[in-house]
Design a protein around this ligand. Structure first.
Ligand SMILES: O=C[C@H](O)COP(=O)(O)O
Length: 214
């Protein structure tokens, strides 16, 4: 299982989370990555943790003020990027452009989607992975894997029907090791989570719990 920790714009200490994630990954052997604010990518990557961007724009180099250039986040130390989060929604054509921009820059890609139908659509764009996240469960304390297990299994089927090489992750409300194990049993090969770590009093303990059943 891959555990991808999205720090969103939470007021946590990205270096505290990054060092904890690096250590827990080394101790457990579980792949864990941290996705900080773009401005924090460089110093998070310097900790040695696998670092992802939260977003890249579809554009190439050029006159694109305010854009997040895929090459720039890769140069800063990111090795992957989220695309089309529920909190950063994009048009399908722009998702396609961002996947291509990320691939051009050598970034691994995870395209988020709200439901299995959207998972099928974005899987056709050729990302490395997709993540299904029901928006109404994001930031809550009920895991998608227990609240709506069918959405995870349907997302796995939907992606496989389009491209069997696309990994399927799930997210929303995941905060415990039991949630991770349940998601794995439903066919997910990774977890996308945020508040369970970014808002935890002890991020290291939260991460240790997340990998405890793997
Ligand atoms: O990117 C992460 C997801 O939106 C899940 O967030 P959450 O773990 O706070 O529910």
């Amino acid at each position: 299982m891959f555990i991808l920790v999205n720090l969103k714009a939470y007021p946590c200490d990205p270096i505290e989370v990054a060092t904890a994630a690096r250590d827990v990954a080394e101790e457990s052997g579980v792949r864990i990555a941290v996705s900080p604010q773009a401005a924090d990518i460089s110093r998070v990557a310097d900790t040695g943790v696998e670092t992802w961007a939260q977003h890249v724009d579809p554009n190439d180099y050029g006159s694109h003020t305010g854009s997040t250039l895929a090459e720039a986040v890769a140069e800063a130390g990111a090795v992957g990027t989220l695309i089309n989060h529920s909190e950063k929604r994009m048009k399908l054509a722009d998702i396609d452009g961002s996947v291509q921009a990320a691939e051009r820059a050598g970034l691994e890609t995870c395209v988020c989607a709200n439901n299995p139908a959207q998972i099928g659509a974005v899987s056709a764009l050729g990302p490395d992975s997709v993540a299904v996240e029901p928006p109404e469960l994001i930031g809550g304390d009920v895991s998608v894997a227990t609240a709506d297990p069918g959405i995870v299994t349907d997302a796995v089927d939907s992606a496989a029907n389009v491209d069997e090489d696309v990994d399927v992750y799930c997210g929303a409300g995941i905060s415990t090791g039991d949630d991770v194990v349940t998601a794995e049993e439903l066919g997910a090969s990774g977890i996308l989570l945020a508040s369970g770590v970014a808002k935890a009093d002890d991020p290291r303990a939260a991460l240790e719990d997340l990998v405890s059943g793997l």
